[in-house]
Write a protein that binds this ligand. Sequence first.
Ligand SMILES: NC(=O)c1ccc[n+]([C@@H]2O[C@H](COP(=O)([O-])OP(=O)(O)OC[C@H]3O[C@@H](n4cnc5c(N)ncnc54)[C@H](OP(=O)(O)O)[C@@H]3O)[C@@H](O)[C@H]2O)c1
Length: 310
Amino acid sequence: MRIAVLGTGGIGGYFGGRLAASGHDVTFVARGDHLEAIRDSGLVVTSVAGDFTVEPAHATDDVTSIGVVDAVLLAVKTWQLPPVLESLRSLVGPGTAVVTTQNGVEAPDQVAAVVGRSAVLPGIAKIFAYIDGPGRITHAGGPASLAFDEWSAAPAPSDRVARLREAVTASGAVSPVPDDIWAELWSKMLFVVPFGGLGAALDSTIGELRTKPSSRALLQEAMREVETLARARGTHLPERVVAGTMAFVDDQPADATTSLQRDLLEGRPSELDAWTGAVVRLASESGVDVPLHRLLLEVLTSRHPGALLG
Ligand SMILES: NC(=O)c1ccc[n+]([C@@H]2O[C@H](COP(=O)([O-])OP(=O)(O)OC[C@H]3O[C@@H](n4cnc5c(N)ncnc54)[C@H](OP(=O)(O)O)[C@@H]3O)[C@@H](O)[C@H]2O)c1
């Protein structure tokens, strides 16, 4: 398949790297030192599932030089989406699938506004991966799965979804078949947004959040707010989604934190707007009250001026 990886970071570098290493025609979009290093020495991936190097790796900073592809792996951070969306048009032909991987629930709509819903496969990446130097990606853990589906899924997968799942699976990653991709997006949001917002506000690891009775109660309350919002918007979440997510929380390594927390606390651009900001924004749109998320947004934006601008 011809594939464009738009953003060669933790997600694009890992899943795109696996696809390239398994023989697909992959072009990596990157910039600066990272682009130079990929061009000079290939894309070097250190992975708990086995190290590999893509060399030579096709890489560019000019999206419009790539042309129409079969699939786009859209793997920039949420605040980096607006500038890349226009260039996305040049990659999309009649059958092209654009897979979103961003945390939160708004990226598919943002992409659809530019290329149309029929091009978009809402997706979810579950992995812990990051850039650890120019041309280098580390995959440190997590299931390394990439789930996606058509906007309105039919009982049988479309041809392009089936082909892409087969390619991801054959590359050595996992591509689970979601029952309902929207429910899965919201379920993931129900985990990462409360964990990210409270972790950042309280400067706490997941182990600390789940152990102290007061923060454990807040974590559950924040999850219930996301649950109420998702149901109000017609999402079919599992019956006991908060209890199930708390069990997942209890299973995580005690020192885990979110990228939101690390980015905010280290003064980097963050996904606060697409996480806590989106809960507050969508709740207001849907007439749902989310007082805990409103408080978290207020605290985090006043403590980290500019955080909402990314
Ligand atoms: N990493 C994970 O483990 C993980 C897990 C699940 C979900 N996610 C989600 O996946 C999304 C991507 O996260 P990530 O961790 O892969 O991000 P990341 O490591 O920061 O990678 C994004 C890459 O895109 C590049 N980029 C952005 N705009 C570009 C442009 N216009 N031209 C060329 N390159 C551009 C960035 O370059 P610069 O560094 O120069 O900006 C960076 O190399 C996020 O929404 C995140 O929440 C991540």
